[in-house]
Design a protein around this ligand. Structure first.
Ligand SMILES: [Zn+2]
Length: 61
């Protein structure tokens, strides 16, 4: 029977079904293991945080 587990595409350990990489290979639990996407996500997160802070400061005067 297959279907309960999948294989990590990087190290080959068992991972829950539907996941492409294990926790060790993807500690941030991102949907994609792509390094480019990882960096883009981090950049967007930082940018979004800065925007939110700026808006809060503007609202509070
Ligand atoms: Zn792995």
């Amino acid at each position: 029977m297959t279907g309960l587990y999948d294989r990590c595409v990087r190290c080959g350990v068992r991972v829950p079904w539907g996941r492409s990489v294990c926790r060790q290979c993807n500690p941030a639990d991102l949907p994609s293991p792509s390094p480019t996407q990882y960096h883009a996500t981090v950049f967007l997160s930082v940018l979004l945080t800065l925007v939110v802070v700026a808006v809060v400061l503007l609202i509070r005067g």
